[in-house]
Every structure is written in C-alpha cells, then in structure tokens.
Write a protein that binds this ligand. Structure first.
Ligand code: GLC
Length: 750
C-alpha cells in the first residue's frame, strides 16, 4: 500500500510541475502582452495611430527630412521601410527612444529576400535544393548581415504557391508544392528570427503574401485569384501554417483579390482563418499601398473607406499609404471603428516590439565585419551548387576534364549584377564571382566571345566572330537565360523562351558540330523545345547569387555535382500553363497509348476517332521535365520497395523502405521522393502528393535502404465540408526520383 501512495504522490508532483511549467510558458508569453497593455494605457490617440504607420523612404535618400524626424519625435511612426544609411537608422532610433512621448522604439524593415550583401540563389533556386538546412543557414547569414546595419524586419519568406512560370514572382516562390514549401517556410523563419527574438541578430520574418497571390489569372502579376475553399486549405494555406508554427511574428497581406475580396480588407481571411484557424499571434502588415489600392480594386469608395475596411479586417500596420493616419480619428468619432479595436491593433504590434527586446536594447549589432565573411561566401557557393538542376547530359558530356578547351559564349557569362537575380537591392556586383572570373581564377583553358551583349539582344553583329572562336574549341559553354529584370515583381512574360537572339545563336553554334553545354541563369523555367536538340547538356542555375560563377566552374569540371531537383514543373511550351504535378485526374484522364500527336492524325480523320481525353493535340500531356526531376553525374537503381502493412489505422504507422544503389562510376547525391495518392475522396484528390523526401549521398556501387513512415496525420486534408481528416479507402504510393516515376505500392485506411 505504501508503494502505491508513493506512486500517487509522485504522479501528483509530476502533474504539478507540468502545470506550473505550462503556466510558466503561458506567463512568459503574457509578459510581452502585459507590458504592451501597460504601455498602451499611457499612449495618446496620436501615438496609437503612429504605431500603425509603416513609413516608406527611399534607400537612395540623400538627406533625412526634418519632417520625418519630427514625425518620429511626435510618435507618429511605428516602423520604417528602406532606411539604408546606418547613420539615419541610428539618428531616427535615437529620436524615438529619447524624445518621443513614450520612447517607443522603431522597427527598421527591408526586403532581405535571398541574402543582404552576400546573395544566395533566388528563392525558387533555393527551393530546388530541397534543403531546409541550407535554407535556414542562408537566412541566418542574411539576418546577421542585415541586422548589422539596423534592419530587424525582413519581408520574407514569400510562401506563395506558384503553378505558372509566366508569373514573374515565381522567382521568389518556394515552387508548386505545399509540402516542400512548408518545410522551406519553417526553415526561413528559423533562419531569419534565430533562436531568440531579442538577439540583436534576429530579424522578424514576414510570411507573405497572404493569400493566393501566386494564383493570379494568366500569371499576370497583381491579377485576380479565384480559389475554392478546399484548394485554399489544402494548397495555399499550409506553407503559412508552417511559418506561423515556426514563430513568424508578422504576415503581409497580398495585393490581389481572392474570390472578389482584396486581402487587405478581407475580415474573414484575417480573423477567421489567420487568427482563429492558424493561431497567428503576431501582427499583420499591408503590402505597398495595398490598403488604398482597394479603391482601384473597386472594393473601397475612397481613402477613408479603405482605412475602415483595413481596420475592421484586423490589418495592423499600413505600409506606405496613409489612410490610417488621415482617417482613424474620424472613423472613431463616427463609430465606424471602436477604441478597443484600435487598442488591440496597437497591442499586437507593441508586444512584438517587447518580444524583440527593443525597449531594452534598440541598438544594432555592429559586427559590420560580417558582411561578405568568407564563411558566408562559402555557404553561398554551396547553396548555388545544391540549387542547380542538371536537366540534360547527353553522352555524359559533363563533367568536363580540366584540359578541355572551352569556348565560353553568352550574355550572362560575365554579368555580376544579373547573376544576383531579382530583389537584390543591397547586393553588390563587384563582389560577384562570375563564370568568366571563376574560369580565370582557376586557370581554365577557355576563350570568351559574348555573342550577345545582354539577354534580350537581337543583334547578330558578334555572331561571326563567336562562331569562328567556337570552331577552335573542344566544347562550347553557352551561359544565357534572363537578365534579372525579366522576373520578379510586375515582370511576367507571356513567352518564356530564351529572350533575344539566344536561340538563333545556339542554332548557329550547333552547326559547328561542337558539343554545346547550355548553362541557364533565369528567374523561371525557360521553354527549351526549340533548341533542346541543338544542345548536349542543360544546367539550370536559376539566378545563382554572388558565388554563382565559382559554383558553375566546380560543377562543369566535376569538382562538385549539381544536386538540385525541380521545385516546379517545367513546361514544353507556355501554352501548357498553368501546369503542375499534383493535378486532379479528371473524368477523362489521358490514355498514353491512345494519344495521337497532331502531325500523325490522318487527313480527313473522323471527328471522334482520336479518343476524348484531356491533352493537347500538338504538345501532348507531359511536361518537358517533371516536378522533382534532376540528373546527377552518376546513376541509381531503386529496388525492393517494402511496405510494413497494407492497413493503416488511427494508431499505427506504415513503414516504407526502398533500396537505392549508386550504379555509376562516381559518388553522388540522390533525392528520394515519396508520393501518395488518395484514390477516392469526398472532394476529388490530386493524382499524387509529395509526402516525404530524403537526400542520400552514395559512393559509387554503394547501396542504402531509405525509409519513410506514414501515419494518418500525414494524409489528412480538408474535405468538401472543410472537415480536416482522412476518409476510409485505398491509397497508392510511389517512391522514386521525380513525380512522374517510382516503384509503386499501396495500402488502405480502415
Ligand atoms: C512590394 C512587394 C512586397 C515587398 C513590399 C516592400 O511591392 O509586393 O513583396 O515586401 O513591396 O518592398
């Protein structure tokens, strides 16, 4: 009996400890809110309105206007965007914490999207690394560099699922898959914010753009998004859910309307979904003027109405436009918003400032020496290699042997700024290692004739000299693609072929009979159908960042292996877009063996002779390269797929294993991917969904058993009644190295 008593006391003690710890955690979280409420009680209405004001300035501003300093002195600004002179940051912060009514510190923000000074591959490139670790590390480096000049808030990660390569901002996106995007979103937030928000190197993350920005009709930026509720819940929201779970303290509303409602005024989105369903407890910032853009949207009749809509939706901070500053007093006096609504919006901002420790230490970590630190540059090179995707390598022309005489051609072979890509306001070309610079640094046997001066160049004046030079080489390395300006915000393209006369030059070069290696720098998949048969190898490096040239050199000569895999489906032609692997099966899915290509249709064929399924007569039904695709410098064999049970229940898990053997001559890294299909649902389900992936390094001849585990939680989705769960039925699964192949098995959920 005594023993039993002891056990009961012991249990009680443990229970008490757990409760008190939990209370401790809750108490800690409440400290920031408590302090915010205490401060709120001392604030005037002007100061409260000031906290909702994110003032934009130009990073090229030559002086600090007295009007700006006075506004800070009167507590009329909560945060700044683009103040890039550190002396201005220091001066404005000093005014705020010494002269403003309640000494409330400012937050300084910037778009630090894929690096600050050391530039990493564009986010679509980092997505191609499928590597959460390097994504987190590169974001940590960006935060260390940016915080050293006072930037403590970045407008990243961009988590818009993108299924249309015409869209310019696909360059900033994590690609087309919610599972991969969620892993990356978590990594970005951890990297930017670090282990503690009050560390001076911590930079607030901002999950953006909430929501549906990547679904713009036609890939036309800022355009209308129509997203049904199941798609919203199962595709577009998951990356944001992951970012909030990782602790992102801010979120940005998107420019676009979704289903007729602009995000900055969408109360259901910002209250029901963001606050209640996703438990977001930071603050919401608009996009640039997106509050007042509700007027051209036709959703607000004037600036005052726009402010009313944003405030009632729960949008905390207005970026750059001034509708809040101009109209909150009137709206309060007219009872269109309440004092408690205003107070809540202010407290949500203040508590983040308290969490950041800004009231105790608003200074910046002045380890400015960290800019371009060699370990940062080394990481940037590693990221560029892990992001690069080898799409074609006929006759294993790559890797080259060192003594190969190469003719380097192309408009992006020596463009230090272009290789940085979009959203690199602070990157500096003089620190870039271009491919030409890397070939020089490594005593490569090469000659360089550009052939075209820039990616859109249509002039053929250099062709003759270029072709002559190519004839005197063993191999042609053509480094082309898109200038940085051809992707990114507001830069959608309706034709995504290589711009300018690049295709023509490639065709002329192929007449020399020399092997051609096409290295692409671009912000999106480029349609290659017109020239794919003129080149022997294709290496996609996206815009690879500061160390892109060194990375390209090491990959071309086999010092490193490109290990990226596609985070987006690569189309044959722009006419196929939007194109993505996790599509629905439709009632008339393609029957490959029945497909008749347009040129093979007999003249006078009878109307219904072709088989009525979902495809294009001319380009068929497959992409040029599927999601998850990428080659390496060796080969692999998958065998022995094992599934631990064919029956999944609420309490067990399915262990899946496969043997992967490196059957080539070289060591390599392979990305093993797990896809699952829920065959029947109360809402139709995608033909495949990524549910796991693992990078494995394998020496030549080595074999490794790669394992995954699936539980019922991995299969839950929102059904037609928005119930989150799994429905009983059959599932298929595949394990392979891209979305179009794999060893197949299956199970059922009872
Ligand atoms: C831009 C972008 C947004 C960016 C903001 C501040 O228009 O849409 O992603 O963070 O304005 O530069």
């Amino acid at each position: 009996m005594k023993g039993v008593k002891l056990k009961i006391y012991g249990l009680l003690f443990v229970l008490l400890m757990v409760v008190s710890c939990k209370k401790e955690v809750v108490k800690t979280t409440d400290i920031a809110t408590q302090k915010a409420n205490d401060l709120l009680a001392k604030m005037t209405l002007e100061e409260k309105i000031g906290q909702l004001n994110l003032r934009g300035t130009s990073s090229r501003q030559k002086t600090l206007p007295n009007e700006l300093k006075q506004a800070v002195r009167e507590g009329k600004v909560g945060a700044f965007l683009n103040v890039m002179k550190t002396e201005y940051v220091d001066e404005l912060q000093k005014i705020a914490i010494e002269e403003s009514p309640n000494k409330i510190p400012l937050i300084f923000a910037r778009d630090v999207i894929h690096g600050f000074k050391t530039i990493f591959p564009i986010p679509l490139g980092l997505a191609a690394s499928w590597d959460a670790d390097i994504t987190e590390k590169s974001s940590r480096v960006a935060a260390i560099e940016a915080s050293s000049v006072g930037i403590r808030w970045t407008f990243a990660p961009m988590l818009d699922i993108a299924r249309d390569s015409r869209w310019g901002r696909i360059a900033e996106s994590p690609g087309e898959d919610p599972y991969l995007a969620s892993k990356l979103g978590e990594a970005y937030v951890k990297g930017f914010q670090g282990d503690s928000l009050n560390d001076p190197t911590s930079m607030l993350a901002c999950a953006k753009h909430f929501i549906g920005y990547g679904a713009a009709i036609g890939g036309r930026d800022y355009n209308t998004a129509i997203i049904n509720k199941e798609l919203m819940q199962n595709v577009y929201l998951p990356p944001f859910k992951a970012a909030f779970k990782a602790g992102s303290q801010t979120v940005m509303t998107s420019f676009n309307e979704t289903n007729g409602i602009p995000a900055s005024g969408d109360k259901k989105l910002l209250q029901e979904i963001l606050r209640k369903q996703l438990n977001f407890d930071g603050f919401v910032v608009s996009d640039w003027n997106s509050v007042t853009e509700m007027i051209p949207h036709g959703f607000a009749k004037d600036e005052k109405h726009a402010a009313e809509l944003g405030l009632n939706a729960g949008l905390n901070m207005e970026m750059t436009s001034k509708s809040y500053e101009h109209h909150i007093k009137e709206l309060l006096s007219e009872g269109k918003i309440s004092e408690s609504q205003l107070n809540n919006l202010v407290v949500e901002i203040l508590k983040v400032k308290f969490r950041m420790g800004l009231f105790e230490n608003s200074g910046r970590n002045s380890k400015a020496s960290k800019l371009y630190a060699k370990e940062h540059l080394a990481l940037a090179k590693e990221a560029a290699i892990k992001s690069s995707v080898l799409l074609k390598n006929d006759k294993s022309i790559l890797p080259l042997v060192k003594k190969t005489k190469i003719a380097v051609v192309g408009p992006l072979a020596n463009k230090p700024r272009e290789q940085l890509g979009t959203w690199t306001f602070d990157g500096e070309g003089q620190h870039s290692v271009t491919p030409i610079k890397a070939f020089e640094n490594n005593n490569t046997n090469f000659s360089f004739t550009e052939g075209l001066s820039y990616s859109r160049d249509k002039s053929e004046v250099q062709f003759k000299k270029t072709i002559q030079n190519a004839k005197n080489s063993d191999v042609i390395v053509f480094i082309g693609g898109e200038e940085a300006i051809l992707s990114g915000e507001a830069h959608s393209r309706a034709n995504i072929d290589l711009p300018g006369a690049q295709e023509k030059l490639l065709k002329e070069l192929s007449k020399t009979g020399k092997p051609i290696i096409l290295v692409i720098m671009a912000g999106r998949p480029i349609t290659l159908t017109n020239i794919i048969n003129n080149v022997d190898a294709v290496l996609m490096t996206w815009h690879p960042g500061t160390m892109g040239g060194e990375a390209i050199y090491e990959m071309l000569f086999g010092i490193q292996e490109p290990s990226g895999r596609l985070p987006v489906t690569w189309p044959k032609t722009v006419g196929q877009l939007p194109l993505f692997y996790n599509h629905k099966n439709t009632g008339r899915p393609v029957i490959p063996e029945k497909f008749v290509q347009m040129d093979s249709i007999p003249v006078g064929a009878w109307q219904s002779s072709l088989g009525n399924t979902s495809h294009y007569l001319d380009v068929g039904f497959t992409p040029h390269f599927p999601f998850g695709y990428g080659l390496g410098y060796t080969s692999y064999m998958y065998s022995n797929l094992q599934v631990s049970t064919q029956k999944l229940t609420n309490t067990n898990q399915i262990k899946i294993s496969v043997d992967v053997k490196n059957t080539g001559e070289r060591d390599g890294e392979e990305l093993v991917q797990l896809y699952v299909q829920d065959v029947v649902g109360s809402v139709t389900r995608p033909v495949k969904e990524l549910k796991g992936f693992e990078k494995v390094k394998l020496k030549s001849g080595a074999l490794k058993t790669v394992s995954f585990a699936l539980t019922v939680d991995d299969l839950k989705y929102y059904n037609s009644n928005l119930k989150y769960g799994v429905e009983k039925g059959d599932f298929n699964l595949w394990v392979g190295n891209n979305a179009s192949n794999g060893l197949r098995s299956g199970f059922s959920y009872e």
